[in-house]
Structure formats: structure tokens, C-alpha cells
Ligand binder design. Structure first.
Ligand code: GDP
Ligand code: MG
Length: 245
């Protein structure tokens, strides 16, 4: 049922008479329930929010997030600094320092970090002790995008051993030869460590390339888990070849 006042058709549930006269509430059988009124309000709010969104962001829909995932294999001698660098990569904004709770990696670990706002990087770390090096190549899968090799920048005595391990790995594992190779020279915060040039020479990277044991792009970068230098830039290069100055 509807009410007609001053010739106008009203479908509203409640009609208030003018001031001076006592307020009279006229209820009709077709009055919307509180539930229906609430639904109407909600619909109105939704329309308002949508219009506001379009005005502020200029699009009818929020942009979709296209996550890209990249898997990297992280290897190097025991104690080179792999776990610490990976930990830093996972939280670049953390305060300076080394996580003293990190224990030597005996087996294998997977860690995830964000290299760019829409890029996830999965880092596979395998322990570097002599007994487990023979298993390294088993962790190189067709999905492995690149090889992150860590050398201890403060321990030039073990550089030859590290170079020999890399050579043996690439001799056995054809798959990794064409993948991008990033050598991170760790512990740069300590000072007096290896330069990028000295590390490249010590790792015999030019000789590896000359023998066809590595045909992919390669880069050497000093890095530190203590203050994070070189870590994000190195990983971005390894993931998509981006040069960060
Ligand atoms: N000062 C300093 N020490 C580091 C750095 N990275 C690793 N270390 C230390 O080096 C040792 C071995 O590090 P770890 O990450 O466990 O090496 P991993 O065996 O290659 O995983 C630990 O005592 C770390 O605290 C670094 O960037 N700066
Ligand atoms: Mg480790």
C-alpha cells in the first residue's frame, strides 16, 4: 500500500508531518524492513567507494599483481657466508649486523626473498662441507635460473679450493654452464678483503669461459651480510640481468 500526500506518490516507509504539529509516524504494510534499509545503505556505500577508487587511482579495478618467481642455487665452500647473505637478502631493511644464530648448513635449505616489488626469488642453499659437495649438482634442476657462488673475501687462502670446486661442478653439470653466474665476495665490511678483480682472477673465470665450462653471463660483486652492500643489486642482476649502478 502507498500513501499520497500533496499529490505526490510516496513509497517511503515513514512520513513526518511539519513542525509545530506533533510528529506522527505513518506506517504502511509495504514499509521496507530494517534489513532492506541496511542493504540499501550498503549498496550506496559501495558505489561511493568505487567512484572514489576510480577518481584516486584512475582505474575501475586495482591493478593485478603478476608475481614472477625465480629459483637460484647458492653454493660455495663451508663458512663462505652463504647463509648470512641469504638471511640479509630476506630482510634488506634489517639493522646492520650478523645473525649469530645461524649455524653451519649441513644439508639443504630453501629461503625466499623479494628481489623487486613483484619478483619472488627462491634461494636453494646446499652445505659446502667437503663431504656434501658431490651432491651439489643434484640440486641443479631445469628450473634453476642462475648460480650464486659465494667466496669468503677475507680468506684468499681458500680461493683456489673454491675455484677448483666450481670447475668440477661445471664440468659435471652441463645445465649450469649456460646459466648466469654471480660470484659474491662476502664479508666486505671487514675490510682489506679481496677486490672483485682479484676474486675473478682467483676463481679463474676467464679460463672457465675459454674452456667452454661457462658460456652464460657472469659477474663478480663484493658483498656483505653485515650491512647488505652488493646483495640486492647482485640478486637483481642474477634474476633479470638488470644492471644497478
Ligand atoms: N663480518 C662478517 N661476517 C660474516 C659475514 N657473512 C658471514 N659471516 C660470518 O662467517 C661465518 C660463516 O657464515 P655462514 O653464513 O654460516 O657461511 P656458510 O657456511 O657459507 O653458510 C659466520 O661466523 C658468520 O657470522 C659478513 O658479511 N660479515
Ligand atoms: Mg650455510
Amino acid at each position: 500500500m502507498r500513501n499520497i500526500i500533496n499529490g505526490r506518490l510516496l513509497s517511503a516507509a515513514t512520513v513526518y508531518l511539519r513542525p509545530q504539529t506533533p510528529m506522527v509516524e505513518i506506517k504502511t504494510s509495504s514499509s521496507p524492513t530494517r534489513y532492506q534499509t541496511a542493504l540499501l545503505y550498503l549498496a550506496g556505500v559501495r558505489i561511493l567507494v568505487h567512484r572514489l577508487w576510480v577518481r584516486v587511482f584512475g582505474s575501475a579495478e586495482p591493478p593485478p599483481i603478476a608475481w614472477r618467481e625465480v629459483r637460484l642455487l647458492c653454493l660455495g665452500l663451508d663458512g663462505a657466508g652463504k647463509s648470512s647473505l641469504i638471511k640479509r637478502a630476506g630482510d634488506m631493511s634489517a639493522a646492520k649486523g650478523i645473525d649469530s644464530s645461524i649455524t653451519p648448513t649441513n644439508g639443504f635449505g630453501v629461503h625466499t626473498c623479494t628481489v623487486k616489488p613483484d619478483w619472488k626469488c627462491e634461494l636453494w642453499e646446499v652445505g659446502g662441507a667437503a663431504a656434501v659437495r658431490q651432491f651439489w649438482m643434484r640440486y641443479a634442476t631445469p628450473d634453476t635460473h642462475g648460480l650464486l657462488w659465494v667466496v669468503d673475501g677475507t680468506d684468499s687462502k681458500r680461493l683456489g679450493e673454491s675455484a677448483q670446486c666450481l670447475k668440477e661442478l661445471l664440468t659435471e653439470c652441463k645445465l649450469l654452464r649456460s646459466r648466469p653466474l654471480l660470484v659474491l665476495v662476502s664479508k666486505a665490511d671487514i675490510g682489506g678483503g679481496l677486490s672483485e678483480e682479484a676474486a675473478a682472477e682467483g676463481m679463474a673465470l676467464t679460463a672457465l669461459a675459454a674452456r667452454g665450462l661457462h658460456i652464460g653471463p657472469r659477474k663478480v660483486r663484493v658483498a656483505s651480510a653485515f650491512d647488505g652492500r652488493g646483495v640486492a643489486e647482485g640478486l637483481r642482476w642474477l634474476c633479470d640481468g638488470e644492471e644497478v649502478v
